[in-house]
Write a protein that binds this ligand. Structure first.
Ligand code: FAD
Length: 311
């Protein structure tokens, strides 16, 4: 049973199905990948690939091998010895192993038309992903804490025109202000409004307005680890699930992959975790040698889900 149908969950499903294991993905349908207008750092796509296309391809690949993808939110897990009882919006089922691939949710800035601005690449969340495409542009980083300062410094690799926008109501940390200024980054304090202005973003601080080609919010994120941490799985200070080299959490039979375990939020990291977790799950299950009477038929998604549901 896989919780989450983003790149991590769907990749693990492909691997497990190709190990001839019965697998179902339960997905609430809010993958971060849906927001990717076009990725240029995911290997194998020299002309770029949109998040929607990548997810559609992963869904097609998983369903080809009989994976059931169920549009339902998992509410809680209970240990069932062996395995788990999984309570979701449409019912309950049992699974020997569970992989949590529930991702994170970025904290958005308050701004009208935010979704369109993300789709147009004016508001971005991931410099590792797309700062290359911001090379030599007027870049703003919006946020108050140490992470925002670090993000602003990171952006200097790409442009000499970087500004750190600090929201109203947050006291500056003298050390951060000093190191950011030393890196040649402009600082604007008390920013109280962000607006879109055609192909640019306007930041207002009192009576002053500043225009940027694009903005990176640095407001933190909500790590979706609760379904596992409620069961007692260990988490880091940032709320990420702790895993070992096989992607095992601190609870036997419970694995985790993707953004929910890593602070390098990347598709290739998520799919790498998924391959490691799926392979370890396969090897941990009892062997399932092929019977000579078994044909090479691939089960339909529904038959796989029905089998699981009735198990
Ligand atoms: C604007 C933007 C641009 C990006 N660009 C790039 C890029 O160019 N290159 C790159 O490598 N990365 C990029 N990323 C990051 C990339 O999208 C993530 O690293 C990747 O999606 C992580 O995959 P995941 O499977 O771990 O999580 P997600 O893709 O977030 O999927 C998690 C899924 O789990 C579901 N879920 C959560 N809780 C539950 C529950 N209780 N029950 C059922 N389902 C649940 C969610 O609804 C979601 O569908 C970008 C991200 C953003 C926001």
């Amino acid at each position: 049973m896989i919780i989450g149908g983003g790149p991590a969950g769907l990749t693990a499903a492909v691997y497990l199905a190709r190990y001839h294991r019965r697998v179902a993905v339960f997905d609430a349908g809010h993958s971060r990948a849906r927001y990717i207008p076009e990725s240029h750092n995911y290997p194998g796509f020299p002309d770029g690939v949109s998040g929607e296309t990548l997810l559609a391809n992963l869904v097609a690949q998983a369903t080809r091998y009989g994976v059931a993808i169920v549009g339902s939110t998992v509410r809680s897990l209970r240990q069932a010895h062996p395995g788990f009882r999984v309570l979701h919006d449409q019912g309950e089922l049992r699974a020997r192993f569970v992989l949590v691939a529930t991702g994170i949710v970025d904290t958005p800035p308050v701004m009208d038309g935010l979704d369109a601005a993300i789709a147009d690449g004016l508001v971005r969340y991931c410099p590792v992903c797309d700062a290359y495409e911001a090379t030599d542009k007027r870049i703003a980083v919006y946020g108050s804490g140490r992470d925002a300062a670090a993000k602003a410094k990171f952006m200097r690799t790409y442009s000499a025109k970087v500004t750190w926008l600090r929201p109203s109501g947050h006291d500056p940390c003298a050390e951060d202000l000093h190191t950011v200024a030393e890196a040649g980054i402009a600082i604007v304090n008390s920013v109280d409004k962000l607006q879109r202005e055609g192909p640019r973003i306007r930041a207002l601080s009192g009576a002053n307005a500043y225009l940027f080609d694009l903005i990176y919010p640095a407001l933190g994120c909500d790590v979706r680890s609760r379904v596992a941490s409620d069961l007692g799985a260990a988490v880091t200070n940032d709320g990420c699930l702790k895993v070992d080299e096989h992607q095992r959490t601190s609870i036997e039979g419970l694995y985790a992959a993707g953004d929910v375990v890593s602070d390098l939020h990347q598709i290739s990291v998520a799919t790498g975790h998924a391959a490691i977790a799926a392979t370890h799950i396969h090897k941990s299950l009892p062997p399932s040698p092929r019977d000579s009477s078994e044909g090479a038929t691939v089960p339909s998604a529904h038959s796989t889900y029905d089998q699981l549901h009735n198990a």
